[in-house]
Write a protein that binds this ligand. Structure first.
Ligand code: DGY
Length: 321
């Protein structure tokens, strides 16, 4: 029997590669950069399985170039890069990698919140630039995290993991979600709030929703106007959940105090994006799940999903309805 052929257009953890190699033929590119279109489509044309990071968009046009494809295994929890309807209509499975990155992404979210609150990158630059000549009573004054109100928009797995960290910091936790999370209310003391109410009351608004048609632009001009002038917005989910132009206006007019961003409307963020020149904005290059351990676990999970799909089992993280 011919082995199924898997196209992996970029580097993944060796352990995942070894697992796939036991049962499949691999078309593997050991590179970090995104493959050029011609090479990508050449690989895709022969592939029974495709394993990708979310920087690859899988649309109907792309699928037209994939006559043998049976499964797309996304090495990410977010899957807004996949046209799931189109994949389903063509009978192609799609999978993602939830759970294994929950705690890591929550760590990063909290790090970003603290970095923005206590102006860590600005202070680091100040010292390294040789500008620290004297201890001053109001040097780099930030905003307290302990005892403050955190408002989590999107109380999924990662939202709850952020809430657990917030509880450890003695924060008051508000959350907004499609459904009530009674267990989180009991164990973390989290309080459900309508979105407008959450925005009005929070010192830190943390955006944690997946990007869907319903959440695109969820935090826009109107919502930002509800936030307190000394509040900070944190986004580690997807850039387009926040209306970036509205955020730029709110920040430049000092209608909110700052932001911590790991994600942007367009990635990589353009060098002339005004957000990059605002000292009250901490910017990261989409590294929520970027630890060695977690990236390996994501690749392993993606590999298991791939093998299940190709060998007639139901993948654990199947996304198709
Ligand atoms: C995820 O897993 O969704 C991360 O944001 C990487 O895309």
């Amino acid at each position: 029997m011919t082995k199924p052929r898997i196209f992996i257009p970029h580097r993944i953890a060796e352990s995942a590669l070894a697992l796939l190699g036991e049962r499949c033929t691999l078309d593997y590119r050991d590179i970090e950069e995104k493959l050029d279109d011609a090479a990508f489509f050449a690989g895709l044309e022969q592939a029974d399985g495709l394993m990708i990071y979310s920087r690859h968009k899988i649309s109907a046009d792309v699928l037209d170039r994939a006559p043998r494809l049976r499964i797309v295994s996304n090495i990410a929890v977010g899957y807004d890069n996949l046209d799931l309807n189109e994949l389903t209509a063509r009978g192609i499975m799609a999978t993602n990698t939830p759970d294994v990155l929950t705690e890591t992404t929550a760590d990063l979210t909290f790090a970003l919140l603290m970095a923005a609150a206590r102006r860590i990158p600005e202070a680091d630059r100040y010292v390294k630039d040789g500008r620290w000549n004297e201890w001053l009573p109001s040097l780099m004054l930030g905003k307290d995290v302990h005892g403050a109100v955190i408002g989590i928009v999107g109380m999924g797995r990662i939202g709850e993991a952020v809430a657990r960290r917030a509880k450890g910091f003695g924060m008051r936790i508000l959350y907004h979600n499609r459904t009530r999370k009674e267990e989180a209310e009991r164990s973390l003391g989290a309080e459900y709030a309508g979105l407008d109410d959450l925005l009005r009351r929070s010192d830190y608004v943390v955006v944690m929703t997946p990007l869907t048609p319903e959440t695109t632009g969820l935090i826009g001009e109107r919502e930002l106007a509800f936030m307190k002038p000394d509040a900070i917005l944190i986004n580690t989910s997807r850039g387009r959940v926040v209306d970036e132009q509205a955020l730029i206006h709110a920040l430049s007019e000092r209608r909110i105090a700052g932001a911590g961003l790991d994600v942007y409307a367009v990635e990589p963020v353009s060098r002339d994006n005004p957000l990059l020149s605002m000292p009250n904005v901490v910017t990261l290059p989409h590294i929520g799940s970027a630890t060695r351990e977690t990236r390996e676990n994501m690749a392993l999970k993606a590999a298991r999903n791939m093998l299940a799909g190709l060998f007639g089992e139901r993948p654990e993280n199947l996304l198709n309805p």
